[in-house]
Design a protein around this ligand. Structure first.
Ligand SMILES: [Zn+2]
Ligand SMILES: [Zn+2]
Length: 406
């Protein structure tokens, strides 16, 4: 038999690989949590803040990554936004002379490009320009995204190209098409992408059964900070959490499909008043576990479900070891927390026992020992504190971990 490589050369090669491996291990950072919002609007679509104002809002409040997700557009190319007089009617005054003056004062005259013909207008900063101003390695990152809109809304994260909306016959088929296109965008570009189905109860557009039909694992918004999205459901409609539990029960049980992740987002549109009835920033976000702050690393972790969702509750650690799911909660002065472990036991018919509270504790760390017959278990932590930016439902601060399949 012909020898491909001599013994001495092989030993040297193994030695080199080993040395390389050791060196890489030594330089590999420990994973940590990164705070970010994946659902944000600006003047590029129907938000009322200029993109630099929005990036500044998040960065200055300790967020580490941000996805500008305007409806059906990326923040690229030359776009001029008309400037209204300060006393213009409400709907027309997203960009007024006073707001332009504020941008000039905050970011400098060089950063604000204006023209008078054919009408007074300001050129919108592109994502590249916003990145150049705000990104800092290991501190703040912008990830390119889009809210593909119509009739369902799906956010694509770390996109390379704009994805055009197109109704594909049904809500489920359209959602699947958008999820597939986001995935295809990543495959074509050779980089990870992630997607989430947004505010399923907005206009009651998405039925719980729509979530059953989608292929592969996917994420949806269990919490969206916009005041019109009906997170809590009503007498005729399931809450987003009930939808989540039903989807998990039937997908992981009878249907043999993949899991569903839950994200919390702002869906922020309004940056000039704090009002529960406005879509203001600061209500819902995710904490992503990753070794470094890059678009590819953060996006891959989101796609893998390596994150928790929160409206204020902070977790130091979420771990599954042996048969225990454990949450270490970082409580603040005077704060009390209650952790509920929700899940469905494998005998459920999809009607009874769906998303039951299997165990409740106020201990910290909160621990759940698996019985062995759960289809999944997820944790929800509820704080005694209200949201820092109150929402339309008067929600308490919460955190949601991703479902664990034992
Ligand atoms: Zn939307
Ligand atoms: Zn939105």
């Amino acid at each position: 038999m012909r020898r491909i490589i001599g013994a001495a050369a092989l030993a040297a090669l193994i030695g080199a690989c080993y040395a390389l491996g050791v060196a890489q291990d030594a330089g590999r950072a420990e994973p940590r949590w990164w705070k970010g919002n994946t659902h944000t609007h600006t003047l590029w679509s129907d938000g009322n803040g200029a993109p630099e104002l929005v990036a500044d809002w998040y960065k200055s409040r300790g967020y580490e990554f941000l996805v500008l997700s305007d409806h059906n557009t990326l923040s690229v190319g030359e776009r001029w936004f008309p400037i209204a007089e300060d006393d213009a009617q409400e709907g027309d005054r997203r960009l007024t002379r006073a707001r332009v003056a504020e941008l000039v004062e905050r970011f400098g005259a060089d950063a604000v490009e204006l023209r008078d013909e054919p009408e007074p207008a300001m050129r919108l900063a592109t994502l590249d320009e916003v990145r150049a101003r705000f990104e800092e390695p290991g501190r703040f990152l912008m990830i390119q995204g889009e809210e593909i809109t119509g009739p369902v809304h799906v956010n694509g994260i770390n996109l390379s190209e704009r994805i055009a909306p197109e109704f594909d016959g049904s809500i489920a088929a359209t959602t699947q098409e958008y999820l597939d296109r986001v995935k295809a965008d990543g495959e074509a570009a050779g980089r990870p992408t992630a997607a989430h189905l947004n505010h399923p109860n907005y206009a009651w557009a998405v039925e719980p059964t729509d979530l059953l039909q989608l292929e592969g694992s996917f994420a949806f918004e269990v919490y969206n900070g916009h005041p019109s999205v009906n997170n809590a459901g009503n007498a005729e409609h399931a809450s987003t959490e009930q939808m989540w539990d039903l989807a998990l029960t039937l997908r992981l049980g009878a249907l043999g499909r993949e899991t569903v992740f839950g994200v919390a987002t702002d869906d922020s549109h309004h940056y000039f008043r704090e009002d529960p009835r406005a879509a203001t920033p600061g209500r819902g976000w995710i904490m992503v576990r990753a070794t470094e702050l890059t678009a590819d690393t953060i996006t891959a972790a989101i796609a893998n479900g390596d994150f928790y969702s929160t409206t204020g509750v902070e977790l130091e650690d979420v771990s599954v070891e042996d048969d225990v799911l454990a949450l270490h909660i970082r409580t603040r002065e005077g704060e009390e927390v209650t952790t509920e472990f929700l899940g469905t036991l494998s005998g459920s018919d999809g009607v009874d026992g769906v998303g039951d509270v299997l165990f409740t504790t106020s201990a910290n760390p909160a621990r759940y020992t698996f019985r062995g017959d759960e289809l999944y278990v997820r944790a929800r932590v509820t704080s005694s504190l209200p949201l820092a930016v109150p929402d339309a439902d008067g929600s308490p601060q919460r955190a949601w971990t991703q479902p664990v399949v034992p």
